[in-house]
Design a protein around this ligand. Structure first.
Ligand SMILES: Nc1ncnc2c1ncn2[C@@H]1O[C@H](COP(=O)(O)OP(=O)(O)OP(=O)(O)O)[C@@H](O)[C@H]1O
Length: 243
């Protein structure tokens, strides 16, 4: 199966209020794409829908089922759960093993290697609650390494981390792209997007632009996105426009 993600007239909503409207296009296999847009533009909702965690109201998402790894926004995660760093990294095996099969020694070694790869060697037994924000984000990247998925979705992966951590994590993103994985990241730093991401989807609930980053981020598109965001009515219902 191809590792592309294809969207056909996709509309997504929360409590019947649309968050993403009539979105069509593709994240091609092996592409590296940024999703950018104002707050509330539907970026997180879109990633969650692609990962199968949010229902699709209208239209259709074609993607390689069971082959997608999602890094959620750090702020959405509860870190008070009493679990060690090694256990979190090993959670990356669950999709392949199922919840009730134990991880073989090789799987444990993979998780330990992933911790080392993200700069957390020696952290295996540390409870996650004791990690700094940057260390926790490194740990979530270790879990992604263990998941070894051909499609990787990242929701604001460099938020609340220092420049060194961001640089280390960005190196992993580049490696995934170099390995031919399909990588999609929600980002707010447009300079970073211009420097590192060849493709961009500019979203303001409706798609504003999708394609090569330089053209997608043209001033006219950014202005349009901002004006669309200013015009949002938080209580608007679903529109009747056909997909
Ligand atoms: N659980 C929820 N219940 C109700 N409405 C929600 C929920 N999650 C998101 N929304 C609404 O859906 C819209 C899109 O939210 P979403 O989080 O997808 O936007 P975003 O582009 O990721 O925003 P940000 O850049 O602020 O993270 C917003 O109006 C938001 O208030």
């Amino acid at each position: 199966m191809s590792d592309a993600i294809r969207l056909h007239g996709v509309t997504l909503s929360h409590d019947r209020h649309p968050a993403v409207h009539h979105l069509s296009g593709a994240f091609e296999a092996g592409s590296l794409t940024a999703i950018v847009g104002p707050n509330g533009a539907g970026k997180t909702t879109l990633l969650r829908a692609i990962a199968g965690l949010h229902p699709v109201d209208e239209g259709r998402i074609e993607c390689p089922a069971g082959r997608i790894a999602l890094l959620p926004q750090m702020s959405a995660l509860d870190r008070s759960f009493p679990i060690s760093c090694l256990d979190v990294a090993m959670l990356g095996h669950w999709r392949r093993l199922g919840a009730f099969r134990s991880v073989a020694p090789a799987g444990r070694a993979e998780a330990e290697a992933a911790l080392e790869a993200v700069g957390l060697a020696g952290f295996a037994r540390r409870p996650v609650g004791s990690l700094s924000a940057g260390q926790f984000q490194r740990l979530l990247f270790a879990r992604l390494l263990v998941q070894d998925a051909p499609v990787i979705l990242l929701d604001e992966p460099f938020n609340a981390v220092d420049t060194r951590t961001a640089a280390d994590l960005l190196r992993l993103v580049r490696e995934w792209h170099g390995q031919g994985r399909t990588v999609v990241a929600v980002l707010h730093d447009l300079e970073l997007v211009r420097r590192e991401f060849p493709e961009t989807l500019l979203l303001a609930r409706d798609p504003v632009a999708w394609g090569g980053t330089e053209a997608a981020l043209a001033a006219s598109n950014r202005l349009r996105a901002r004006m669309m965001a200013e015009g949002w009515d938080a209580s608007a219902g679903a529109c009747g426009r056909a997909a």
